[in-house]
Design a protein around this ligand. Structure first.
Ligand code: NAD
Ligand code: ZN
Length: 348
């Protein structure tokens, strides 16, 4: 048996329960979880109404996991027992063009084949053990601290993927705006600093989060209010920001994004805040703006973001919890009280 944090009934808080320890079937790998991060997306999932809930319940949560290889299913090669690994979450079919490029987050077949990420449909990493469907979805840590690596599998990978698409626009003299300096946002600030010469402007509703943004290398920090777009225009001599990354995605923050992006800039909506952006003539965006709502990242991008951490370019600000404390940690995340990322140690 093992302990796991499960979302069991729609609308109820998740609970720590005892469930059978899984056995790896052919091709699968069992990972003993060292650390697992808590993502705001889990709160979005736990907020969905029953008639629209897409996954089977009970469901073990946790889509940011690292651990050590505990057992190999029949036929598995390329990983060995005891090896420290990060779990790549957006599992694809493995055989299509996207997957061959490592872009399993864009696999067009996964949903149809019922292939779901751990913690988002498949049993997740907020447990003592997690089953991984293929060794392809494991990336060696090569000495990286597991506490750091766990959040990087989503809170690091997702902004890395989002920022990479905009790198050609992040030149000396450019401005990048980060809206929402939480788990993803505080890593986005560091990634922007590591990958580009752009000036970084961070927005949040919390002064504490803005303090963290400044510590992480943001050049300017602004309260996210009705004045924010005008302040960004001012800071950019009227032209606006070349790149706006919205880690909230609410109607209000998207309005700030639309009002502060430059002509031919990028608006990237990462947050699941439920807002939408009108794209088209008459929609209010400057000409030539490109908008995108990216999903997670590719396998090679996960390797790259782990390498950036090994080189010391990014480090996650973490708050540590036991599995028993995880429900309370989700409550604190919901209340906006986690600075950086909440990370659970299931064996603590
Ligand atoms: P988080 O709770 O750690 O951080 C959210 C931050 O936004 C907090 O600092 C909060 O103070 C701030 N905030 C809230 N309202 C704001 C406002 N109006 N203006 C400015 N800041 C505001 O959340 P997280 O785990 O970093 O996730 C961020 C978002 O990204 C969530 O919506 C999550 O679901 C989403 N997400 C998307 C993907 C993807 O693949 N697209 C992947 C992971 C997470
Ligand atoms: Zn996530």
């Amino acid at each position: 048996m093992m302990k796991a944090l499960q979302y069991r009934r729609v609308g109820r808080a998740p609970e720590v329960v005892e469930i059978p320890k899984p056995e790896p079937g052919p091709g699968q790998v069992l990972v003993k979880v060292t650390a697992a991060g808590l993502c705001h997306s889990d709160l979005a999932v736990m907020g969905w109404p029953e008639d629209q809930f897409p996954y089977a319940l009970p469901m073990t949560l946790g889509h940011e996991g690292v651990g050590t290889v505990a057992a190999l299913g029949a036929g598995v090669t390329g990983v060995s027992e005891g090896e420290a690994v990060a779990v790549y979450g957006p599992w694809g079919c493995g055989g299509c063009h996207s997957c061959a490029e490592g872009k399993e987050n864009c696999c067009p077949h996964a949903a149809g084949l019922g292939i779901l990420p751990p913690g988002l449909g498949s049993p997740g990493a907020l447990a003592e053990y997690v089953l991984v469907d293929s060794p392809r979805h494991l990336v060696p840590l090569h000495g990286l601290d597991p506490l750091q690596a766990a959040p990087l599998t989503d809170a690091g990978l997702t902004p890395y993927h989002a920022i990479r698409r905009s790198l050609p626009k992040l030149l000396p003299g450019s401005t990048a705006v980060v809206i929402g300096v939480g788990g993803l946002g505080h890593l986005a600030v560091q990634l922007l600093r590591a990958l580009s010469p752009a000036r970084v402007v961070a927005l949040d509703v919390s002064k504490e989060k803005l303090g963290l943004a400044a510590e992480m290398g943001a050049h300017e920090t602004l309260l996210s209010d009705g004045e924010a777009a005008a302040r960004i225009r001012e800071l950019t001599g009227g032209t606006g920001a070349e790149v706006v990354l919205d880690f909230v995605g609410a109607g209000t923050t998207l309005a700030v994004a639309a009002a502060s992006v430059a002509v031919a800039g990028d608006v990237t909506v990462v947050g699941l805040g439920g807002g939408t952006l009108a794209v088209g003539f008459g929609g209010g965006l400057p000409f030539e703006v490109s908008a995108c709502f990216p999903y997670w990242g590719s396998r090679t991008e996960l390797m790259e973001v782990l390498e950036l951490a090994r080189q010391g370019h990014v480090s996650c600000h973490v708050e540590i919890f036991t599995l028993e404390q995880a429900p309370e940690a989700y409550e604190r995340l919901h209340a906006g009280e986690i600075n950086g990322r909440a990370v659970v140690l299931p064996h603590a």
